[in-house]
Every structure is written in structure tokens, then in C-alpha cells.
Design a protein around this ligand. Structure first.
Ligand code: ADP
Ligand code: MG
Length: 243
């Protein structure tokens, strides 16, 4: 028993470390990138050295992208499973992504309803962020990002669609495979892997429909928070109506 307790503590420490990584590592990365950018502007730097600096900047951006795909919402405190309001969580992610969408003249249309699902907040937000970020990155010349929330039987359906480049059948099949990316050095190929893992943890499901040159639809199903409670007590189902 003692050994098991120590193991549990160790796992918790690992969780804390992961959160620290995103906070503590991002700052030095940003500072280093800033100085390299400054060097690039210097007249004393010759062409060859300029190329080296450029590569260093790209590598820093890569490290930053990996942290973004894994740990955007990580906090030092351990996470716990709780009731999440789908509308609130999606709004938070939209706020974070709006500047990115604006850069590519993307319109965001959200039809959100405050349904409840069960999960860890940071993971749920990370999952939404990775899917929506892909949608935005698929529309470099503008388009529409649409987010629709509805109920389908015992599931909350989050439908995220874009009018972007779309995917071939082969690309759809490789989605979620670690390091599969079509974005060259700008991509990590980790975003969808993280998404699939989180959806699975939340006992959800994910479907993709995509057409090259037309756009992509991502359908994410999460068990409604109330499903499990309705089974347990009939009192709670009254609460569902008022939600
Ligand atoms: P990354 O975004 O770093 O490339 P992801 O795992 O998030 O890694 O996505 C893997 C690949 O799946 C992307 O490189 C892209 O080719 C494809 N993809 C994912 N979402 C979309 C989308 N909405 N539209 C077009 N392609 C997409
Ligand atoms: Mg991605």
C-alpha cells in the first residue's frame, strides 16, 4: 500500500511539472526569440549568420507550438473531473483564438447552448483549442469558422466547421497519428493526437467529414453530464430542464 501511495504522489508531481513547463519554459523562449530578432536587425550580422539565426527562431517557434498543443491551459494545481458548461468553455477558447482568426480575416459564427458535460476543464479546453486552431489554419485566405452546439440523444454535440483547404481521404485516415502534419516546420502533428486522447478519456466520440477545397466538419460527441445523474436520481433530471 505504501508503495502505491508514493507512486500516486509521484504522478501528481509529474502533473505539476507539466504545468510548470508551460509557464516557466515559455518565458525564456520568448526572451531568446526577442534577442534573436534584434540580432537579425543588426547591420553587423552577415548573410550566413542571419540564416543561422533564422533557423534558431524557427526552432523556438516549434518548441512553442508543441507547448501550445499540449499545455495551453495547464495550471500548477492538479485537475479534477467536474461539470463543465460547454458554452462557457467554448467562449473562452474563442477569445483566445480571435486574434489568430482576425489575422486571416476569418469570421467566427458561434451558436452555443449551455449544456453540461463531465471532464477536466483544462483538457476539454485544450481539445477545443486544437480543433479550432486547425480550422483557422486551414483558412489562410479567410473564411468562416462555425461552432454549433446541440443535443443528440444522451450526447452533447459540438460541431466545428471551416471553409478551408479540406483533407483528402488519406489525410483523414492519418489524422491523430503522432507527427503527421502537412504544415511543414510550422506544424507539430501532435494536436489531433491530443484531441483523440482527450475525447476518449471523456468517453466521447469524434467524426470528421472533409472535402478538398471545400472545408472540414468535425463532430465531437460528449456524454451529457446529466445522463449519469438521471440514472442515479430522478431529482436531478428536474435540474436538467432548468439548465
Ligand atoms: P498540426 O496542426 O500541427 O499539423 P494536427 O495534429 O493538429 O497537427 O493536424 C494534423 C494535420 O491534419 C494537419 O497538418 C492538417 O493537414 C490536417 N488537418 C487537421 N485539421 C484540419 C482542418 N480543419 N482542415 C484541413 N486540414 C486539417
Ligand atoms: Mg494542429
Amino acid at each position: 500500500l505504501r508503495r502505491r501511495i508514493i507512486r500516486a504522489e509521484k504522478i501528481e508531481v509529474v502533473g505539476h511539472l507539466a504545468a510548470s513547463i508551460s509557464h516557466e519554459v515559455r518565458n525564456p523562449l520568448t526572451v531568446s526569440r526577442g534577442f534573436m530578432q534584434l540580432l537579425l536587425q543588426s547591420e553587423r550580422v552577415n548573410y550566413k549568420d542571419r540564416q543561422y539565426i533564422q533557423i534558431a527562431i524557427e526552432e523556438i517557434d516549434r518548441a512553442e507550438a508543441i507547448i501550445t498543443d499540449y499545455l495551453t491551459f495547464a495550471k500548477p494545481a492538479p485537475e479534477h473531473v467536474e461539470r463543465l458548461n460547454v458554452k462557457t468553455e467554448i467562449e473562452r477558447v474563442i477569445d483566445i483564438l480571435r486574434p489568430l482568426a482576425n489575422m486571416s480575416s476569418i469570421e467566427i459564427q458561434a451558436f452555443l447552448l449551455p449544456f453540461a458535460v463531465k471532464g477536466e476543464r483544462q483538457k476539454f479546453q485544450q481539445c477545443l483549442l486544437n480543433v479550432m486552431k486547425n480550422a483557422i489554419e486551414a483558412m489562410p485566405n479567410g473564411g468562416t469558422l462555425r461552432i454549433n452546439v446541440s443535443i443528440d440523444k444522451d450526447y452533447v454535440l459540438i460541431h466545428i466547421s471551416d471553409t478551408g483547404v479540406g483533407m483528402t481521404k488519406e489525410q483523414i485516415e492519418r489524422l491523430g497519428e503522432p507527427y503527421f502534419t502537412t504544415k511543414g516546420t510550422k506544424g507539430t502533428g501532435l494536436g489531433m493526437m491530443v484531441v483523440y486522447r482527450i475525447v476518449e478519456t471523456m468517453k466521447g466520440d469524434l467524426f470528421i467529414h472533409s472535402e478538398v477545397g471545400q472545408g472540414t466538419d468535425v463532430y465531437m460527441y460528449f456524454p451529457s453530464y446529466y445522463k449519469s445523474d438521471v440514472e442515479k436520481s430522478s431529482k436531478r433530471s428536474v435540474e436538467q430542464v432548468s439548465c
